[in-house]
Write a protein that binds this ligand. Sequence first.
Ligand code: P53
Length: 478
Amino acid sequence: MTFPKGFLWGGATAANQFEGGYDQGGRGLAVPDLKTAGNVDTPRRFTAKIEPDVYYPSHQAIDFYHHYKEDIKLFGEMNFNVFRMSIAWSRIFPQGDELEPNEAGLQFYEDVIDELIKNGMTPLITLSHFELPMGIVEKYNGFSDRRVIDLFVRYAETVMTRFKSKVKYWLTFNEMNFGVMDHGELTVLGLNPNDQTIYPDEIKGNEKVRFQALHNALVASAKVVKLAHEINPDFMIGCMICHITSYPLTPKPEDILKRKEFDLLFTKFVGDVQVSGGYPSYMTTYLEKKNMFPIFEPGDAEILKAGTVDMYTFSYYMTICITTDGSAKDTAGNLMGGKANPYLKASEWGWQVDPIGLEYTLLDLQDRYHLPMMVVENGLGFADELKEDKTIEDDYRIDYMRDHIKAMDSAIEKGVDLIGYTMWGPIDLISAGTGEMKKRYGFIYVDMNNDGTGSLRRYKKKSFDWYGRVVESNGTLL
Ligand code: P53
């Protein structure tokens, strides 16, 4: 058996995708509350205000807000010893910039955390998971404004102090590397696409503003890491990177080079800063050449240096191919201009399933960072079918996860320091990409449809007992 004793096994969620209760307990509006539902072909819309007769999936989500005891009990039944969740900043500081926190929000998370601990789980908390308060977006244009750095630090200090004896594992920003692409301007950095006065250019393409905002967010993250270690030296703080692993489509040197550039820019740059405490030279040169190198205020370099992370965590779902050949076939989801790999099958949403790619990724990251690692998201989004007798036969999910767990096992055997695995969405929740309910990841089925109708009743899928055994046997009974 290779999984070390005490290996962390569990599931991962984000507040806006499963809590609901968007206007309860004094919570302020957050970015996802203004995002409509879409699907694999239709992108979600971000509206300036809540429009009447439009369905916004985050408002109710799967109503964990009112079901948390029942849901956590189910996670406990699967023997989880870790549970990843995010705190919605706007439950704690409704606009993002109040001086005093909202006690009702803190109390809600305290109740959830206590319930997790009671059921045998250690919490792993993301401070910012694509859900910045709308106040931060509307008043400050997100992280483009330096003042947001200290607002984020105030929020982090509040929750880390409150939960310092109950929570050991923290992540600052979810998939912060989306901040290098237009996709992350709103979700990660809070740049307001609806405000033409402070953000006058097309939302796509104002890279200079984006890289400045990303720099400010990196400074905020580093400040929080340093502060966290002062609050409790036992805390383990991680970066969280969306690791879309890529391969050259062919052995053509042009493809190898293009793939390398994609890997550095999208998957390595942000993690490099958070692990090593400064900008890597490939990035400094790239940004300087494009006249986009961000303004460093005095002290920024020292802050980045002082706030390096204790662990490297990442999401892993798929791999893509990169080529200079414009006629190569896209993956169905066409994520980051990725091309289809002739050796891999893809999900209905175009995400190519590649367990060997996870072993490759772990070896690559061990080799680069030499830090403890956690896979904090992995899983298969599938349109599961609830049968007449209320069962769900999700053997495809069991196969997906078994293969990925075997890949981790094999990587550990080769010396990788992997300390945990939280699969994505242990209970069905709202898809971040498409806003659908239909793209389900869970071991627990939630009776709810794309338009929000349904009983919200929870049903165990076939994979529920399977994962429970995997965890209980520390990864041996696959
Ligand atoms: P959904 C794209 C590619 C890889 C990871 O995604 C991604 C995304 C954004 O859609 O995000 C992470 O729900 C994210 C989660 C998200 C999960 O992957 O689109 O951290 O919030 O739900 C799965 O299927």
